[in-house]
Design a protein around this ligand. Sequence first.
Ligand code: ADP
Length: 305
Amino acid sequence: MSDAANIIILSRNRKLYSTRRLVEAGEARGHTVRVIDPLRCYMNITSNRPEIHYKGEVLPAGDAVIPRIGASITFYGTAVVRQFEMMGTFSVNESVAISRSRDKLRSLQLLSRKGIGLPVTGFGYSPDDNQDLISLVGGAPMVIKLLEGTQGKGVVLAETNKAAESVIDAFRGLRAFFLTQEFIKEAGGADIRCFVVGDKVVGSMMRQAKEGEFRSNVHRGGSARPIRITPEERSTAVRAAKIMGLNVAGVDIMRSNHGPVVLEVNSSPGLEGIEGATGKDIAGAIYTFIEKHGKAGKTRTRGTG
Ligand code: ADP
């Protein structure tokens, strides 16, 4: 890619730390950076010359797009990314990879198939199978997770089998799909966020749940500090991102007594926590990747994958 490229950041809010840092780091490298709200993009999807309209203007395709698509707008956001791919714009994360990573169940199945360490996890439908779903993951204490949750919402620690049954019944009553999962007690409420760019972990931090809480999400009062990860954790994180097809990913890992286990792979990982904890220029690392690999007109999927 040329030294001065036209970069589009797809983000709903230019004031967010991650968005601001991506603008700043891009401009510092001589690129022209524009923040575009994906929900204000619209398109004629039948035109044989794919284009995107934005607030009355036809958007120039740009050389590369950095999608920052929040979980609540995955459907529309990935349609916009796909349209950019059809225009030949290089997308840092492809639309198909973003969609894939947003489906927790499918992601775990894909990671499992490729031999990535995971907490023992169950999925079922019928109330007749409740007992088996509980014993499958070793019984209480165990974790029950809504498939649709983010930021630790809908992640429950059931301390007894009775509690587990009640939670399962409640989720079923709401017609919500959920996973049952082995509780990684030995991690002591800590997990590791590995920030992957290309085939490298460019930063890692340990997040510790606050006293009396098992979820380490910063939104739940968790605290973060930089940490040196083991070679096994490093390769697990890089492989997990690769399996999902993501060039930029936040891979969450726990240290279990059966080795590193992946909790999830995030396609729009935040920059604030990781830059704050590590003091590293993670936004810059994303541009280094784009400068090396971003080729307009050479996207792999062209929105067809
Ligand atoms: P979300 O996507 O909503 O953040 P996660 O599956 O990442 O949901 O779970 C939120 C937090 O709960 C994790 O960061 C971790 O601290 C804790 N947690 C999740 N699953 C387990 C588990 N199986 N054992 C122990 N702690 C867990």
